[in-house]
Design a protein around this ligand. Sequence first.
Ligand SMILES: Cc1cc2nc3c(=O)[nH]c(=O)nc-3n(C[C@H](O)[C@H](O)[C@H](O)COP(=O)(O)O)c2cc1C
Length: 364
Amino acid sequence: MIYKKFVRPLLFLKDAEETHEQTLSLLSWLGFFEAALEALFRVEDSRLEVSLGPLSFANPVGLAAGFDKNGKAIAVWPGFGFGFMEIGAVTAQPQPGQPKPRLFRLPGDQALINRLGFNNEGAEAIAAKLEALRANGGPLKIPLGINIGRTKVVATKDAAADYLFTFEKLFPYGDYFTLNVSSPNTPELRDLQQRDHLDTLLAVVQTKNRELAARRGGKEKPVFVKVAPDMDFAQLDEIIEVAESRQAAGIVATNATAFLREKLLTKIDEPGGLSGEPIKALSTAFVRHIYIATKGRLPIIGVGGVFTAEDAYDKIKAGASAVQILTGFVYEGPAAVKRINQGLVELMDRDGAKNIRDVVGSQA
Ligand SMILES: Cc1cc2nc3c(=O)[nH]c(=O)nc-3n(C[C@H](O)[C@H](O)[C@H](O)COP(=O)(O)O)c2cc1C
């Protein structure tokens, strides 16, 4: 309430990206207060625990990729009650992204349009930051996912080597990795969703995964594939097949859409990825399709338009083992994750579900 009535109107007065960067800088300093934030925002309830293959999360609500691209506020995210966090997209080379303005709010539609274009500090700088964090603070409080994108100047034919560079650099630090082949803002990136390209990419990453695990005497890291909502189910089926045959850990569904503008109330003509409320149903349909096609074998992280506990519950009932939020966090504010987790417990009580794992795919 306080956020929506008093804080959000002030934050929304300024340019969207400027506000975002200032908020992140402030949050990076809040690391000291993480424990105090936890007391305010974390919901501890064993019924919320989920697992996706080898990964275990204390609750199913994660921070989606793109909010903290450079891992600036990693120490703070557990304080807001997240069960896991995904940083990035990280690319092999540092890059500035597209010209500004490139992030737009659509409050009338509870949506954002972004065409940031993978602005980030690059794999080496982010690896150094994660190394320093580890040296200072030991293990992170919640699992860390790292979203990997393709450097803009690298051609599709050289994409695999580019992803591999980032994967290798960041291998020691991520609890899981997501191959982002679905951002609408890097030219030809989505070509990597085509069967042959994706198969090559996953093959080389998984080979490196095994090699690095053996060299370090540890386990392979779970590797997810993140898909766009802008394809038909026949193409999605091809991705599912490749993901299963290359032992991907699961699918993150979905990224923002390059289309769907006809649904908007806001008059805006800006290219980029549309996220938030307008993509909610579409991304849930993708989750449901993947769950049914794989008979629940392949873990799914559902993302797109989650604002409330009901939204998260719908994605979980459709087959997601966990969800992520980004636009919902911008609109709902710091208590968003707490409200979702509390609401999930209430919905489970209402439905007589013993734990959230039993809800996964219950209405697929
Ligand atoms: C500002 C912004 C930046 C994003 N950057 C990334 C990114 O770097 N990598 C990625 O996989 N997805 C990125 N996304 C997509 C989100 O992770 C998410 O898939 C999408 O926004 C749908 O979720 P939402 O409706 O909760 O925002 C970005 C989204 C926004 C709004």
